[in-house]
Design a protein around this ligand. Sequence first.
Ligand code: PAF
Length: 278
Amino acid sequence: MTLQIVRTIAELRDVTGGWRKAGLTSAVVPTMGALHEGHLTLVRQGLQNADRAVATLFVNPKQFAANEDLSRYPRDEAGDAAKLESAGAHLLYAPAPEVMYPPNFATTVSLSGPATAGLEDRFRPDFFAGVATVVTKLFNQCQCDFAMFGQKDYQQLQVVTRMAADLDIPIKVLPVPTIREADGLAMSSRNAYLSADERTKAVAIYKALTQAADAIRNGTSPNAATTKAAASLTDFRVDYVEARSAENLARVETFDQPLRLLAAAWLGKTRLIDNIAV
Ligand code: PAF
């Protein structure tokens, strides 16, 4: 099967509308490219739930602050297309910036709730409005039945799920577990920024979270466990290590409900995030 590539909303809707008329369901996998096994797992999971899989490739300027890595974000459309084809995706939608944000574009989708729970929002205050705006557009543009989102970006998953429900967008957001390297490092496009030495050190975040989760299960308070985890990350500049309600990201004092431990930390010039269940 050959992957079809489209760049306009009309072409995209022509293909997905055709599937719908033929009685076929579809799943969308929104991406910013630089694809890795985590993204390909989202495609494969999409195909477990739907007859057709669409990946989108758009490096969304609205979710990068002025001091962030938009200009150096890794880009390789040909390589991404080859990977998507090997994973069985049927369609790649890769719009130009002016297709997504034509002149005079004036709308922002902005949430409270999970988008203002702290965590990423505290350090990247414009990030979730940028994500929610582009994902709303992608959902409306593709009109797919399912959307696949990785738990690696746990707060983003909650934001997008809330947004689709609040705006009555007829799409079901399906969570997919984080895919990890052999040593436990969560797969991420930004891992490509790491030097060999940093790559060896990067797994410490996952190890710190795992140890904190074990400590909480053994009776340590969530606050004490995450404080110790943050202190253990001596090679990093830690933004946060926190225990939150797995359901709604509310702050927690005790372990009397399913928890999620979430962390973000800088290793050199690379910001890594990860999270695990308790
Ligand atoms: O997770 C990402 O890669 C991006 O935030 C997304 C969902 C594709 C929106 O640009």
